[in-house]
Design a protein around this ligand. Sequence first.
Ligand SMILES: [Zn+2]
Length: 275
Amino acid sequence: MIKRQTTINRIFRISGIGLHSGREVNLEFLPRREFGIAFVMGGKIIPARYDMVGDTRLSTQISAEGAAVSTIEHLMAAFYFSGITNCLIYIDGPEVPILDGSAWEFYQGMWKAGVYEFPETGVYLKVLRPVEVNHNDAWVRVKPLNMLDITMTIDFRPPVGKQKKRVTDVENAFAIINSRTFVLQEEIEAIRKVGLAKGGSLDNAVVVGSEEIMNPHGLRYKKELVNHKILDLIGDLYTSGYRILGKVEANKTGHYLNNLLLKEIFSDPLNYSIY
Ligand SMILES: [Zn+2]
């Protein structure tokens, strides 16, 4: 469990294509003294923070100074799992690469770079009062607890069905890190029609067919899909800028509600304390 602000110990790079743009993108990770994680695009700084989040339809996008970066959630989850609080990411395209559809390669890059610890604290956000947001039958709520504990429920057509998973020791939940993004086969055409998922393939997403998983090697875990929703939630929650301590329960949540939960938490200083 980290206690203080940290950054990466040395520079590293990762390249790959964007899921929605299909374009090759290069990332360069630099140590940062200042608190927080931020992207740098063409000289403009875009903090990876909940109040910079705009579009949340298929991924979490942040924007500032007229520049925007999308699909930041898996990278943010990797920062959470690595315990990194401060970092600059130079990016030369509009979307973080999808890689294998999980946070695994980002996490590996950070692990190899190593962690440098600063003396400053202030990395935890402790939830002091219950906060809940909902939209139709989807909801996400958080209650006070001295650690991060997540319960996620998803409900899709067969063969996925209803899946529930609870993770009590989130910081060490390694099966979450390499669980891949997924899509229902019938949704692919609609997503492509609006010009998205151009870079999507069986190499970077689990495709759920009408009766079975379409990927030749199937799933990495029996609960890979609900695991991935937890990964998305962890990444989105880390745009708070802090490691949240609380009991989080979610039903069919997505990027929009995850962001709304943070806005609700921060709307009242009595909801939380930072230490
Ligand atoms: Zn995802």
